[in-house]
Design a protein around this ligand. Structure first.
Ligand code: 5GP
Ligand code: MN
Length: 345
């Protein structure tokens, strides 16, 4: 493994770069990708962001969005594979296991390009030459900013880049509410604002651009689909494909829903189960010491952070929910213990 500062030497000459991030990118994934993309373009490199799948419309405002290639969209696979094969450098952001980028992972793994890993997830795989990894970092976006500063290039962060990075930090800290919101996070955010980040506008673009359908779906989910287990300190939503159709749901409409279950007083673990064409996708959240990434790995072929994890199973919604109800009964004594509070997304 090379020292991350050696990467600065490589970047002294123009490079052919691919930037990629995890499937179903969130604001940290896309904000980190387009943040570093705008910086790399500005400093004379050729760069392309390739995402494994598409992402919600409320992220489309980021500068450079129009140039993002979505790997699994029509006609893009071959183009993406060619770019990956011919790249000098591949930046892998906000994930640390090539399985998280689906089929794109094989192409990245096979490419002769030097790989750069910048991430904050647990248990990173060993596939990159240059690694900037910190599980204690609230977001990948703040690592991107710290790296640009380490390179002595803070002045290359313009307001568009600052907006992208601010978005990632804001969402991965739950709008500066989670315990991962450290003094350093506020200091970095203050610097981003001084570089031109439009903090209030970024917040509006991400959180306050709901469709009426989405708000009605939220109301329906809260009144009809939330199940609370007071004794076990757990709660979950189970959402069927029919529910999603009924409210004309778009990609991203269930984003943040799980937090309403976690916000019920006394709840230590919350889940969101969403029925898909080929099984059930789930999101898990917890407060304190209870590790949902371990649970996600053990029962749901997933992983993530201690207090925010996810997974996907090839089982129906009902079967998955029944399994979860069994699990919470089994773990009810641990779920009562919520001393140390930490949240990472
Ligand atoms: P979300 O619930 O927001 O989809 O995901 C929360 C976190 O769980 C993500 O940051 C990611 O680390 C992890 N995660 C979500 N889905 C999966 C999955 O299918 N597999 C693995 N390994 N991790 C996941
Ligand atoms: Mn992240």
């Amino acid at each position: 493994m090379q020292d991350i500062l050696k990467l600065k030497e490589v970047l002294e000459t123009p490079q052919n770069i691919v930037i990629t991030t995890h499937q179903k990118p969130d604001a940290d994934a896309l904000g980190s990708s387009l943040g570093i993309y705008n910086y790399l373009i500005k400093t004379g490199h050729k760069a392309t962001v390739i995402t494994p799948t598409d992402y919600p419309k409320f992220l489309h405002w980021m500068k450079g969005n129009e140039n993002v290639i979505v790997f699994n969209e029509k006609g893009n696979e071959e183009k993406s594979k060619k770019l990956v094969a011919e790249a000098d450098l591949i930046f892998c952001l906000d994930f640390s296991n090539l399985k998280r980028i689906n089929e794109l992972g094989d192409a990245v793994g096979a490419s002769k390009a030097h790989k750069v890993l910048i991430d904050h997830h647990r248990d990173p795989d060993d596939f990159a030459e240059y690694v900037y990894h910190d599980v204690d970092s609230a977001s990948t976006a703040q690592l991107i900013f710290k790296l640009i500063k380490l390179f002595g290039d803070k002045e290359q962060v313009d307001s568009d880049t600052a907006d992208c990075l601010y978005a990632g930090i804001m969402t991965d800290t739950g709008s500066f509410k989670h315990p991962n919101t450290t003094q350093e996070v506020h200091e970095i955010v203050a610097e981003l604002i001084s570089l031109g980040a439009n903090n209030s506008e970024v917040s509006r673009l991400i959180y306050d651009t709901n469709s009426l359908d989405r708000l009605k779906f939220l109301g329906f989910a809260l009144s009809e689909r939330l199940k609370v287990f007071e004794k076990e300190h757990a709660a979950y939503f189970a959402i069927s494909m029919k529910d999603l159709e009924k409210f004309n749901s778009k990609n991203g409409d269930t984003e943040g829903l799980v937090n309403y279950a976690l916000s019920v007083d006394g709840i230590t673990m919350a889940a969101l189960f969403t029925e898909t064409e080929d099984g059930t996708k789930l999101s898990l959240r917890s407060i304190g010491d209870f590790e949902v990434n371990t649970l996600a790995g053990e029962y749901f072929k997933g992983g993530g952070h201690k207090n925010a994890a996810g997974g996907k199973v090839e089982k129906g919604l009902e079967e998955t929910v029944n399994l979860f109800e069994k699990i919470i009964k089994e773990y009810s004594s641990q779920l009562q213990n919520r001393e140390k509070i930490e949240v990472y997304e």
